[in-house]
Design a binder for this molecule. Structure first.
Ligand SMILES: NC(=O)c1ccc[n+]([C@@H]2O[C@H](COP(=O)([O-])OP(=O)(O)OC[C@H]3O[C@@H](n4cnc5c(N)ncnc54)[C@H](OP(=O)(O)O)[C@@H]3O)[C@@H](O)[C@H]2O)c1
Length: 338
């Protein structure tokens, strides 16, 4: 049987997390910068964005903002048909001139991700902005039918696979004057993590906090590796990752105290969406890539995440894990370290 994390590990993680969240909340309450006002954006009208987990929380607000900028938006969601229809009606009534659609995808299943990506490619739509937003946090232990731990599957592996399968379309949609962008929604909690390469999918040991933080660290490291790979291949595509802030959403459904404190201390989803939109569209980021963004400016990610050897190890491990869902001829090299 898999061993669970012990009491002292949980307490120390809670203390660390509480410290991070406290600093973040105070920062937001007292020093929050001006948001999107005064920012210069890239051309948006008629361009197409795809966002995962866009029917609730930060993703839903991000979809609204992208639509308000005149973009067409496709949402990848595992909501029921009735919930999706309700969300779609609302978005269409708010932004009647834009194209918005919600397509089913279960990010815990790589088969589902592959089918979703194939549907996208066959639709012939361009893809100027991909926002890998969906996520779960501190969920009970679950290994998917495909053998992946659920945080790693939903937060990390699914988004790597989706990005890889859509890359030909993303590359074609960007151009040197207006690059396509891939945004990974990570978290400041990545600072507290390292990668357990011996047990990436928590087969022997499971701690929900550690799994969440590891998946978010993987996103930061993948952002840097992928951006380097695309830059070396002269592709007009930029990759950034963000911490959206401490935001009151359903993400905290497994955190017992959040229902009491989050409405008072956490920010609204609109604030998190602004960070995602800034990363996706800001003109000042057009000449940069592989950045970790908090509060509308780039911040240094954790020292561990910048380690080239670890990035390279994760990159290789990621494609090895995803091999069953990739084509035989794979244009991603085994290493990005040069
Ligand atoms: N809120 C924060 O304070 C905070 C802080 C740092 C980072 N983040 C990151 O921000 C992102 C968005 O989170 P949020 O706060 O907006 O939480 P949220 O409201 O719970 O949104 C998460 C979204 O992901 C979707 N999702 C979960 N499992 C899925 C699956 N198997 N297949 C497809 N979609 C799935 C959810 O859909 P269902 O509801 O239908 O399951 C939901 O729409 C996450 O990546 C999170 O890690 C949030």
């Amino acid at each position: 049987m898999v061993s669970q994390c012990n009491f002292s590990e949980i307490i120390s993680l809670y203390i660390f997390s509480a410290w991070y969240w406290l600093v973040e909340c105070l920062n937001r309450l007292f020093f929050l910068k001006s948001g999107l006002s005064g920012q210069v954006f890239m051309r948006c009208e008629g361009r197409t964005a795809l966002i995962t987990g866009g029917t609730t929380g930060i993703g839903f607000e991000t979809a609204k903002k992208l639509l308000s900028f005149g973009m067409n938006v496709i949402i990848g969601s595992n909501s029921s048909a009735a919930e999706s229809e309700k969300c779609l009606q609302l978005l269409r009534s708010l932004y009647p001139k834009c194209k918005v659609e919600i397509w089913y995808v279960d990010l815990s299943s790589m088969e589902s991700v592959k089918a979703f990506a194939e549907k996208y490619i066959h639709s012939g739509l361009p893809l100027h902005v991909l926002i890998n937003n969906a996520g779960i946090m501190f969920a009970p232990y679950k290994i998917t039918e495909e053998g992946l731990e659920s945080h790693m599957a939903v937060n990390y592996f699914s988004h790597c696979l989706l990005t890889k399968l859509l890359l030909p379309c993303i590359k074609k949609s960007g151009n040197p004057k207006c690059k396509a962008r891939i945004i990974n929604v990570s978290s400041c909690l990545h600072f507290l993590s390292q990668i357990n390469f011996h047990d990436l999918n928590s087969v022997y040991d499971y701690c929900p906090h550690q799994s969440y933080m590891q998946s978010k660290l993987c996103q930061v490291m993948f952002t840097r590796s992928l951006n380097r790979f695309l830059k070396n291949s002269n592709c007009p595509v930029l990759v950034h990752c963000i911490h959206p802030g401490v935001i009151n959403t359903n993400l905290y459904k497994y955190v017992w105290w959040a229902k009491y404190l989050a409405p008072i201390f956490f920010q609204k989803p609109e604030i998190g969406a602004e960070v995602a939109v800034y990363a996706a569209l800001s003109a000042e980021l057009e000449s940069k890539g592989g950045k970790y963004i908090e509060e509308y400016s780039e911040v240094k990610p954790s020292k561990y995440s910048k380690d080239r050897e670890m990035q390279s190890r994760l990159w290789n491990e990621t494609w090895k894990t995803l091999q069953p869902w990739l084509d035989e001829v794979d244009d991603i090299p085994s290493d990005t370290s040069e």
